[in-house]
Design a protein around this ligand. Structure first.
Ligand code: GDP
Ligand code: GDP
Length: 448
């Protein structure tokens, strides 16, 4: 399901991350939880009154490791304005947070100016209204020219439920992620890794013909093309540069745009700069791709700039695999958007990845595979208790999903789950696709 997105916008210190944590509560933040990365608490899944949605704290939204929250007031303002612009472009609802302790500041007015142009719901939320006096002070924010200010205390959880009630009333329904008939490929990655160059290189390939059938794409920045008789939609996140020119440096904050593109795609082409290698932000984007259950191809671009000997490719591959070990199933392609070297392979691999999502392992072969797996490597025992794998089947799902009926699912150790996944991959590949393994209890015949 494509969940609607609520974006939190506002100056530093108004309480965005406090509100974020309150809204997602016990729910998980979408993180690339790997060693060496800072935990990314910017995207979180939340639910309220039976509705599921994603909350994004735009406060730290920078898709560039060099673009961490800037120090100078001018740079800060540019950053917050960029975030506001992206929020109204990409989110389904925008929560504009201000601080009643500080009152209306010039920066609030600047942000409000952008948000007044929004065609989607914008909620002006006055935070730190911890007591009656402060709640009354909230009226001051009427002057921002937005709707009625809503007073809350994110810290104490006062007013946040009412706020969510209001937001949810106007939030679009979740749209089922039906497998699109035409493969949708999103080109994502940090600024300057070569996303636009890759798009152009793909379009420049002999096999590619830009489709002249209008109206088939879902977004203005989508490019539809025909590749060897196969229709494809490329979702271009670099296009933000063109669109966002009114606000300088906006592409540095394109993380929300990347997230939206990933949501809409079947397969993400994660572009990485060969010279820079894998940075924390690359890991974050990879984390979103995994969290959204999408296919992935790792595209190492600017390969022309790397001095190579016979070990370079293997050494590079090893390092990338290690740094992106949570998407170890992703194919890696080394390309040069500049010289067009192997650009063709990017699309070929992406189409193979998409096929992985539609492949169904025959049940009898799957059960034979499980028997062989158990014979090769029996599950470890826990006291007298032994895990028994009774029956396995692949079921319908947005990603390849396997159900294993077992005697007691508490006996399934994650290393054994990993082992089973590896066996399935060794047999059928499922290249570039995350797998979902579900364990269900069922009594074996002997016990019945
Ligand atoms: P952000 O920079 O916008 O993400 O702001 P934070 O969430 O980090 O909050 C900045 C400071 O404001 C922290 O010290 C919070 O504890 C404090 N704060 C956040 N919400 C409230 C609130 O409702 N009332 C009060 N009194 N303080 C708050
Ligand atoms: P984007 O911000 O990710 O869209 O990156 P661009 O496509 O604008 O490329 C950023 C810079 O890298 C530009 O100066 C490109 O000319 C350069 N570039 C992109 N791909 C390659 C490549 O394969 N090799 C080399 N040498 N330069 C590249």
């Amino acid at each position: 399901m494509t969940k609607p997105i609520i974006a939190l916008v506002g100056r530093p210190n108004v309480g965005k991350s406090t509100l974020f944590n309150r809204l997602i509560g016990e729910k998980r933040a979408i993180v690339a939880d790997t060693a060496g990365t800072t935990r990314d608490r910017l995207y979180g899944e939340a639910d309220f009154a039976g509705r599921e949605f994603i909350v994004v704290d735009t406060g730290g939204l920078a898709l560039d490791d060099q673009a961490d929250l800037p120090g100078t007031p001018a740079a800060m303002l540019a950053g917050v304005r960029a975030q506001a612009q992206i929020a109204i472009d990409e989110a389904d609802a925008v929560v504009f947070l201000v601080d009643v302790e500080q009152g209306v500041t010039p920066n609030d007015a600047e942000i409000a100016k952008i948000l007044r142009q929004a065609t989607k719901p914008v909620y002006l939320v006055v935070n730190k209204a911890d007591n009656d006096t402060r709640r009354q002070d909230a009226v001051e924010f009427f002057q921002l020219g937005l709707d009625e200010p809503i007073a809350i205390s994110a810290l104490h959880g006062v007013g946040t439920g009412d706020l969510l009630d209001k937001i949810i009333e106007h939030l679009p329904e979740e749209t089922p992620t039906e497998p699109s008939v035409i493969p949708h490929l999103a080109i994502v990655g940090r600024p300057n890794v070569g996303k636009s160059s890759l798009l152009n290189a793909i379009l420049g390939e002999e096999r590619a013909m830009v489709s002249d059938i209008p109206g088939t794409t879902r977004d203005a920045l989508d490019t539809e093309l025909v590749w060897d008789d196969q229709r494809i939609v490329l979702i271009d996140t670099a296009g933000l540069k063109k669109r966002g020119q009114i606000i300088p440096g906006i592409e540095k904050y394109s993380s929300l745009r990347a997230f939206r593109a990933i949501q809409r795609a079947d397969v993400a082409l994660l572009v990485i700069d060969a010279q820079a290698g894998v940075l924390a932000q690359d890991q974050h984007v990879a984390g979103y791709i995994l969290a959204e259950g999408k296919g992935v191809v790792i595209v190492i671009n600017k390969w022309d700039l790397i001095e190579k000997d016979e070990h370079t490719l293997d050494a590079f591959t090893d390092r990338i695999r290690q740094q992106l070990d949570f998407i170890a199933y992703a194919p890696v392609v080394f390309v040069s958007a500049k010289t067009h070297q192997r650009v063709k392979q990017v699309i070929e691999r992406a189409l193979i990845v998409r096929e992985s999502f539609h492949f169904r392992a025959p049940t009898s072969e799957l059960n034979q595979l499980v028997r062989d797996a158990v014979a090769k490597h029996a599950p470890s025992t826990k006291g007298k208790h032994v895990l028994k794998l009774l029956y396995a089947t692949q079921v319908e799902g947005t990603l390849p999903t396997f159900v294993f009926f077992v005697n007691d699912k508490r006996l399934v150790h994650f290393t054994y789950e990993r082992f089973l996944e590896n066996q399935i991959r060794a047999r059928w590949g499922f290249e570039g696709a995350p797998l979902k393994l579900i364990f269900r209890n069922r009594r074996s015949n002997a016990e019945e």
